[in-house]
Design a protein around this ligand. Sequence first.
Ligand code: NAD
Length: 292
Amino acid sequence: MAKIGFIGLGNMGLPMALNLMKAGHEVTGHDIFPAAIEAATNAGLRVDAQAAVQDVDIIITMLPNGKLVLDAYKVILAKANPGTLLIDCSTIDVADARTAHDQAATAGMLSADAPVSGGVGGAAAGTLTFMVGGTDAVFAQAQPVLATMGKKIVHCGSAGAGQAAKICNNMILGISMIAVGEAFVLAEKLGLSHQALYDVASTSSGQCWSLTTYCPVPGPVPTSPANNDYKPGFAAALMLKDLMLSQAAASNAGASTALGEHATEIFRKFVDTGHGGTDFSGIINEIRGKTA
Ligand code: NAD
């Protein structure tokens, strides 16, 4: 069993750290937010800023953005032992992820970018999907640890490839949710019932996750956030964050992503008008022009 430091004990990080602890690892957490520290302590996790980075085998970061990850790496790289395995599970810019890898290599550490999909429910259940960027040797070392927090661990390629996979996937998600929302709004105008459109599209070529798992109208998929007043789920602010990361990467790489760009603007308007905390499937109300 490994000694693991876990930095960032928020909505995702705390349940992930607890799953590592349940699997028998010796886990020490760190967070800067008093309520997160209290929740972790109450859940039985040891929290200690120094012990989370010194004399541990592995350090996992689960932070809101790339700047915070690079800031945390300054401390980690100064205090951790050479050879420590650093796994960043945050969703961050591909360029920041590559910088983090370069800095880790310079300091003699091993590193992987390993963003996740599966949300808070997947973090609690230990069923996350991890998208991993890094060398074969690092992946072999990280895989068993990630497997205690997830059910699918995919080696996507070299440094930054995990983040690349994450933002490409979420660009599809943002675009497809808008497409599904537009289809339901058009169906309403044409006098077609939600259930009829669902029954056809869910078994036809329009089938996709945004339709069959997060159906943006109440009824056809009882567990979708639309049935719970669009409570997240996956908040629109996080969708916008990931779309913006996709557009930054597209711009750096010279890729044309016209629909990704348009989806970003649609979600930006939704978030800017006070709906950042609404589930992203609530975008259908923006499309309908009567945002709740
Ligand atoms: P969160 O805001 O709930 O948690 C982040 C935690 O990091 C907070 O507790 C914060 O206090 C802490 N933190 C910030 N700066 C710190 C520092 N310098 N040192 C220590 N702790 C610090 O966010 P979350 O929902 O847990 O998301 C974390 C990451 O996972 C994000 O990058 C997000 O995009 C990604 N993600 C989230 C979801 C989701 O459904 N919430 C799904 C997939 C991926």
